[in-house]
Ligand binder design. Structure first.
Ligand code: FE2
Length: 379
């Protein structure tokens, strides 16, 4: 079967008048980390992000340092406090390295803040204008699950590299980009019984619609279970699956996350590539560790997903998983946690028509995660 690679995103019918929060895309993701300089080196040299901008003591930022990295449409900001107390320290102390801000690109940051706070969102900070010689940016922000926030970024009057206050950053070294294109979806883990609360938040406060749901019958092994719903904005560019733990015989990976992150937070960031075999080959060569499913997965996978364009052998060698839905198929692979606590990880995904999230792989994946949990003594 030949798959149409240009299959459009599924239309979620939200009448124009009701999309009160038009989102142009993910603007950037900010992580609070223990050592931004060394994290930047990791994201540059292992993941192929390119250095873009910097703020710190040299730019007049006396309490924190931030490095901005970019690969195609993905922008990461790595921030570390330079002082011994303050909100950044609280975040770091409580959560370890993790995502603080999922920033969304909008046309009007003031309207975005008003529309969401008037529907019940808690303000993280009200609209503020920041200016430099390259123009002005308007930022505002609301709180979401845990200590995570959504920043609205309006940059139509700005020509600078990133945001006012940053200067160009051109360190020596670095490694070539490896084909990461954009953020496909970002998953939040929330506590027991909180999935529906946060799905309702995205529906009511941000005008999102539910794409798909999975319950513990879909996603369970002998030991663990979770429930998940996928929320999407009107134009389908922003997709936020929300997971909560479900009762199992042993501790689920979601519970383990919540325990170590000490609350709700971003579990994984899925980044899209047009050539997952090349991207993952390169990542593995640079030392990134991925979850491995048993070789027997590949004995039957084509019976389940049918014909695919790729040879099975490189997929098996790399441990790339395959799933199919009504619209096509997808290839995906998950890293082990990329921080010290068993919390945040990345997914690499290549969509060939499919708009779903790899449900057919969940069982094999969970069993792989449980083997890792057993090694950590947290199962
Ligand atoms: Fe995912």
């Amino acid at each position: 079967m030949t798959m149409d690679r240009t299959t459009p995103q599924p239309e979620i019918v939200v009448p124009e008048a009701e999309d009160f929060l038009p989102l142009l895309g993910t603007d950037h993701v900010e992580l609070i980390v223990g050592n931004a300089k060394q994290s930047a080196y990791y994201y540059m040299n292992a993941w192929g992000y390119q250095p873009l901008a910097f703020k710190g003591l040299e730019t007049g930022s006396s309490d924190s340092v931030s490095y901005v990295l970019r690969q195609d449409k993905i922008t990461l900001v790595l921030t570390t406090p330079l002082v011994s107390d303050g909100p950044l320290n609280d975040h770091l102390n409580r959560h370890g390295d993790g995502v603080k801000a999922v920033a969304l690109w909008v046309d009007d940051a003031e309207k975005s803040w008003k529309e969401t706070t008037s529907r019940g969102a808690v303000s993280a900070f009200p609209p503020e204008t920041r200016e430099d010689a390259d123009g002005k940016v308007v930022l505002s922000a609301i709180e979401t699950y845990g200590d995570t926030i959504h920043v609205f970024v309006e940059r139509k009057a700005y020509n600078g590299l990133f945001l006012p206050g940053y200067q160009p950053w051109n360190p020596s070294g670095g490694s070539p980009a490896l084909g990461l294109k954009f953020i496909d979806h970002m998953v939040g883990n929330v506590g027991w019984g909180e999935m529906n609360t946060w799905c309702e938040f995205y529906a009511k406060v941000m005008g999102f619609a539910q794409l798909i749901s999975f319950d513990d019958k879909d996603i369970s092994t002998d030991y663990t279970a979770l429930m998940s719903k996928v929320m999407s904005n009107g134009n389908g560019r922003i997709k936020f699956p929300i997971n909560e733990p479900a009762e199992g015989r042993k501790k689920s990976q979601i519970e383990e996350y919540i325990d170590f992150y000490q609350g709700a937070g971003v579990q994984h960031i899925a980044v899209a590539t047009d050539n997952i075999i090349e991207t993952v080959t390169e990542l593995q060569g640079r030392g990134i560790e991925f979850l491995q499913v048993p070789g027997t997965y590949y004995d039957t996978v084509l019976d389940r997903v049918g014909e695919i364009d790729e040879d099975l052998e490189p997929l098996r060698d790399l441990g790339i998983l395959i799933d199919r839905d009504d619209e096509g198929y997808l290839l995906q692979i998950f890293t082990k946690p990329v921080v010290d606590r068993p919390t945040m990880f990345f997914e690499i995904i290549q969509r060939k028509g499919a708009q779903s999230f790899g449900k057919g792989n969940f069982k094999a994946l969970f069993e792989a995660i449980e083997r890792e949990q057993a090694l950590r003594g947290t199962l």
